[in-house]
Design a protein. Structure first.
Length: 190
């Protein structure tokens, strides 16, 4: 009896398995994963310097690679800032070049406007920072427009800290000042 049922059910099971392809974008590792339920904190407040903390994502287990979004969308300033924290994988100059190439490849018609090295201060410590600014046409704040985008890369003792800031090109100067004001108020070098 069991063999007879198996002969009837087995072809049906095979047909169902073969006939149902898996979802094309299914990520079996579960990453990136949105981090939810994180309340206000001293390091990364919910509201700070005119920004509202947005979505947080983890890209590897154990908070080794994660991002935190901060947005400021007002009548006079529209600025989206994402903070990334990820492992040191190579010297900062090499990582900076890779980050620039990623931006240029991801945004059609993007132009590198300027790049520089400087130092940034946090918690009484000075860190070397690499900064690049770009412009490109893209949908931002719900409309097609010229976008100013800034990349800041800092090597901390045990990881990289990267900032990506975007705003309408006409708001480049206030967006840059506002983004650096945000960096002064959060504790990215904890």
């Amino acid at each position: 009896m069991f063999k007879a049922v198996l002969r009837l059910v087995a072809p049906l099971a095979v047909a169902l398995l073969v006939g149902c392809p898996s979802a094309p974008h299914f990520n079996r590792s579960g990453f990136p994963a949105e981090i939810s339920g994180v309340g206000d904190s001293q390091n990364f407040p919910l509201q700070v310097a005119g920004y509202q903390r947005g979505k947080m994502y983890m890209y590897q287990p154990g908070m080794k690679d994660y991002s935190i979004g901060y947005d400021r969308f007002e009548a006079t300033l529209q600025n989206a800032v994402t903070l990334y924290f990820y492992p040191l994988v190579r010297p900062i100059a090499e990582q900076f070049n890779a980050e620039k190439q990623e931006i240029l490849g991801a945004h059609a018609g993007s132009v590198l406007l300027v790049e520089r090295q400087t130092s940034v201060q946090k918690n009484g410590v000075s860190f070397q920072a690499f900064i690049a600014t770009f412009k490109f046409d893209e949908i931002f704040a719900g409309q097609q427009q010229k976008v100013f985008s800034e990349l800041v890369l800092v090597a901390l003792p045990d990881r990289f800290f990267k900032v990506r800031s975007s705003a309408p090109l006409a708001q480049a100067s206030p967006a840059e000042a506002s983004m650096f004001g945000l960096l002064e108020r959060i504790n990215w070098a904890y």
